[in-house]
Design a protein around this ligand. Sequence first.
Ligand code: DQA
Length: 144
Amino acid sequence: MKAKILIINGPNLNMLKFRDNNIYGSIDLKQINKKIKKNFKNIKFIFFQSNSEEKIINKIQKSKKIIGIVINPAAYTHTSVAIRDALEIKNVIKVEVHLSDINNREEFRKINYIKDVVDKSIFGKKILGYFEAIQYIVEKKLKK
Ligand code: DQA
């Protein structure tokens, strides 16, 4: 059976087409997910995007038999103790991904509630950040 990884994208990442290409890259979320599937044929992915904090938390809580979570919480990175707590409870390998480098933008984006409860944080690598996150989960899982 294929290993399963949950990929969560938060608010406004469904609108990448209309966001600043210089910051986020020129590829939209559907294309990102397509490329992820193409690059990791041995993994089963659950792709989930939501603009709702509640739905993201429910997804984290209810997902079963996954080896890891890749999450781009988007703006909730900077505000959500609730998503942080949900991730903390979940005992799987967790990686936080941001398309942009949140540490080199506005001051408010440096506030990050997620970083302490994930195994790895990846910033500013655009789509490559997702690939790196998946690779990390797979390698870490093999070592266990
Ligand atoms: C983001 C960075 C966040 O600050 C922002 O609110 C986003 C996307 C990123 O992928 O670079 O929506 O998480």
